[in-house]
Ligand binder design. Structure first.
Ligand SMILES: [Zn+2]
Length: 262
């Protein structure tokens, strides 16, 4: 009986619980097998076309960030909130459109994206960006960066993924007039509204890339991705100024319109 109970528990964890991203059995979900990704989606639905581009976007993200992501990425288009609660109880939040595991090989796209008719392309590309970078850092480093370094973690993801859902460049330039830009970066984990945060952080990343050159900026990204707790000293050593100096200079460049988002 103990063995039988253990087998039932193991199968439940695979098919109905947190192990579903890697499970060969997935009741209620169909599978699309690609070469770099596997997509699970509700059996009674049509898979949005965006997901068929997962291989292409993983390769694009590798080139974009100058890294390799060798683990297959398991993508789940989650059918219902109760499924998300079973699959990823640690990240359960009905405001969430997407989430990635810090191991970089599992992505959850939540029911919110369909419910609000959001853009699957933007959400999937955003999470692919997180996954590709996470595959080049320890899980603890990625976790720490997500918690404490939103400008870096989400700025990089939005830079690749797009930002239509969370604010526009016009909103960003309007907000700059209130003098909030530099503090939205140095205190990025406190920014209450992602509609401000996402475009600001994405633009700051774009600004750093333009100001310091792509190769130099990417070297900083790689180092800070591995050691986010040392971001201040890595910023100084790779880019030759402090994060605070750079964010203040960025704010000035936005206000005098010498910064143009690409
Ligand atoms: Zn994100």
């Amino acid at each position: 009986m103990v063995l039988a109970a253990t087998v039932v528990a193991a199968i439940s964890a695979l098919a109905y619980g947190p192990l579903i991203p890697w499970s060969p059995i997935h009741p209620g979900y169909r599978e699309l097998t690609l070469s770099r990704a596997r997509v699970l989606y509700p059996a009674n639905s049509t898979l949005p076309g965006a997901y068929r581009n997962a291989d292409t976007w993983i390769r694009e993200a590798e080139r974009f960030y100058g890294v390799a992501a060798n683990k297959r990425v398991n993508i789940i288009l989650v059918r219902s909130w109760s499924d998300l609660r079973r699959f990823a109880p640690w990240t359960y939040n009905e405001l969430l459109g997407g989430a990635s595991l810090v191991t970089g090989d599992a992505i959850y796209i939540t029911p919110r994206v369909n419910a609000l008719r959001l853009d699957h392309t933007e959400f999937l590309r955003h999470e692919i960006a997180h996954s590709v970078l996470a595959q080049n850092a320890s899980a603890l480093s990625t976790y720490w960066a997500v918690q404490h370094l939103s400008w870096f973690s989400d700025g990089l993801a939005v830079w690749f993924g797009g930002y239509r859902t969370f604010g526009t460049q016009a909103d960003f330039f309007n907000r700059a007039e209130t003098g909030a830009i530099a503090s939205d970066i140095v205190q990025s984990h406190l920014v209450p509204d992602l509609r401000h945060g996402y475009v600001t952080w994405r633009n700051f990343i774009d600004y750093l890339d333009q100001a310091h050159g792509h190769a130099r900026f990417l070297a900083f990204v790689h180092a800070a991705n591995r050691e986010p707790k040392n971001v201040e000293s890595l910023f100084q050593s790779h880019l030759g100024r402090t994060l605070r100096q750079a964010s203040t200079a960025f704010e000035a460049a936005v206000l005098n319109r010498s910064f143009t988002p690409r």
